[in-house]
Design a protein around this ligand. Sequence first.
Ligand code: ATP
Length: 511
Amino acid sequence: MLDFKNIISHCKEYGFIYQSSEIYDGLAAVYDYGPNGVELKNNIKQYWWKSMVQMHDNIVGIDAAIFMHPKTWKASGHVDAFNDPLVDNKDSKKRYRADQLVEGYAEKIEAKIKKDVDKARKRFGDSFDEEQFRTTNGRIIERQAKIDEAITLLGTHLKNGDMAGLKQLIEDLEIACPDSGSRNWTEVRQFNLMFSTQLGNIAGEEEKLYLRPETAQGIFVNFLNVQKTTRQKLPFGIAQIGKAFRNEIVARQFIFRMREFEQMEMQYFIKPGTEMEVYNHWKNKRLDWHKALGVPAESLRFHDHDNLAHYANAAVDIEFEFPFGFRELEGIHSRTDFDLSSHQELSGKKLQFFDPESNENYVPYVVETSIGCDRMFLAQVSLALQEETVPDADGKESTRIVMKLNPAIAPVKCAVLPLLKNREELVKAAQDVTAKLKPHMNIQYDEKDAIGRRYRRQDAIGTPYCVTIDFDTLEDNTVTIRDRDSLKQHRVKIDDVAKIVGEKVDMASIL
Ligand code: ATP
């Protein structure tokens, strides 16, 4: 994995991600996807859509509008409760999320614990028992108690909306501003994360619209429409991919925390009482989805929520080890009947399912899986991007930057390269091969620079295969296929290239 700064600059240099409105010095926490970025992002979405919707008989998709009736957000609780606690440092004038300051405090202590654990592991070797060490070592017990106390108090204050308590906690823990080093904090205030705008030209509360902060509500309000038109019985799911907007207080981690982002969400409607079984099922299924793409098990972990959102009775994050540490990549939430019941109440329309088995009507319970497409993009790029030493053409060693993406999601599946650009017959043959392959997959034709440099360019964007047209091609209609990871080259017939490469990049292999 490269360091975070290099990942960001690589994303720009190779056309994956640009800062939005860069010529005007950018817009904070808003990004645009470039030509390679949009291909990778589309492939991630396709992988999700295929595995969640098309691979399940009882999950269907929708594409709801971003604007929704303002009452939606009243019912969902977002108008009253979609807040983050905000605090400013009076000296640096920097703004922070109060809860993240406390979490940062806990993370620092956790890092110290980890250091001690690593040291002990080295000292004791194979006989080391981490669990035993953590529960008996005096210094660790003391540090763990500090973490537990801070996190418990944080949870209590958040639950009670006690902003004064939160301020006191920051003071008691002696948390200083990372920028100024001072502990000169303002009061902690609640800040609603929804962006608002207005419908038509009449200003006022009635016409106030919100840009949706999650895609889920478009699914809830369509629950009966979809159930009736598809004649689904419980359990069944509705999936959606779409934009969501949050006026994040702190957004300093590239596409990890954006103000406009994309979510891939699935709401699974179930019989009340079955939620824990279904929740565990989706927890494991979603973890497997990440692993199938090649994410190593040690880069993923579950993190149970200590503080449940207002709608949930169980919640877990799938965390990924980003370059800045383990952070939430996906959430799996047992949302009870909170949303459907609230919409039923506020709209006065029944949102129930008639269960022919038990002969009764009820509001279904919901288990949700929710993943940020952009975070998945960042996870994949940061995992795949590597610097390594490889033998070059004349047998010497050289370093290369390579993006070892799973071929199924790579932006370009195959590059077609004539050995020389000033030999018309090679160029013509390469263009013919390109035309043949184009209907099957995303192809890039490249004739500029020496062949070695062209290989490196394709490595840098994760192209799994390069087809080279040389003088033998003109004799016997064969080409070489170069494998991005092993660097091995095979000679194959032109007519077989689409099939050979097609099979290797086929998403079916990971579904
Ligand atoms: P966080 O705690 O990091 O703010 P969250 O718990 O608010 O995230 P959810 O409301 O559960 O996030 O949203 C589901 C998913 O949407 C998250 O797992 C994440 O992948 C993605 N997501 C949420 N907020 C953002 C954001 N500002 N930018 C990019 N992706 C986001």
